[in-house]
Design a protein around this ligand. Structure first.
Ligand SMILES: [Fe+2]
Ligand SMILES: [Fe+2]
Length: 198
């Protein structure tokens, strides 16, 4: 029988991973479509999508993993230390990586066709990097957390992760984010979006 994964934090982390991967994949599809049609994408929408990655996954999700979840794991078990270090490194580099992608997008927007391939490449590398990062967390880290963390650990984590309220996982966006998410959900296919169940 599979072990129950019932804690709020592990559910939220999986949902946020799901939202981020769906969005990253939809950017890749969008770019492939424009390449086939020999058209330019809506740069405003792409900027909105990359800005979201910076505001939610980077500033909330990854930061809380490194600042709260991983230290609690290190305190409870000697297992997976090397992997935790590697994932921490990924988190630390994440902000620079997304900045590189944003810069490549700016290049594409300013210079046109000549920079299409460079942007596709930068984005593709970023997507591969994060998909494997998240897969690693889901395969190794979340099951380990379910085994070793205590009730008090979970209470702290559930409160912190519960505050993320990522609109791409079905929460109503705060007023200040409303416009941003409207732009995004208009182009991202179902089931992502404001209408998704929380
Ligand atoms: Fe992470
Ligand atoms: Fe994560």
């Amino acid at each position: 029988m599979e072990s129950p994964m019932t804690h709020t934090t592990t559910r939220i982390i999986r949902e946020e991973h799901g939202a981020l991967s769906a969005m990253l994949r939809s950017i890749v599809l969008l770019l492939a479509q424009h390449r086939r049609q020999e058209t330019l994408p809506d740069f405003g929408v792409l900027r909105a999508m990359l800005f979201y990655v910076d505001e939610f996954p980077e500033k909330r999700h990854h930061r809380k993993e490194s600042e709260l979840l991983f230290p609690k794991l290190r305190a409870r078990t000697p297992l997976s230390r090397e992997l935790l270090d590697r994932l921490d490194e990924d988190h630390a580099l994440g902000e620079r990586r997304i900045r590189n992608v944003e810069h490549a997008l700016l290049g594409f927007e300013m210079m046109g066709e000549a920079r299409r391939e460079a942007f596709e490449k930068a984005l593709g590398q970023y997507v591969d990097f994060y998909l494997s990062h998240m897969a690693m967390e889901e395969r190794e880290i979340l099951p380990l957390a379910e085994r070793v963390l205590t009730q008090e650990d979970w209470a702290d984590l559930d409160e912190a992760f519960g505050a993320n309220r990522d609109p791409l996982t079905g929460f109503e966006p705060d007023e200040e984010y409303r416009q941003l998410f409207t732009r995004i959900v208009n182009v991202v296919p179902a089931p992502l979006g404001l209408g998704a169940a929380s």
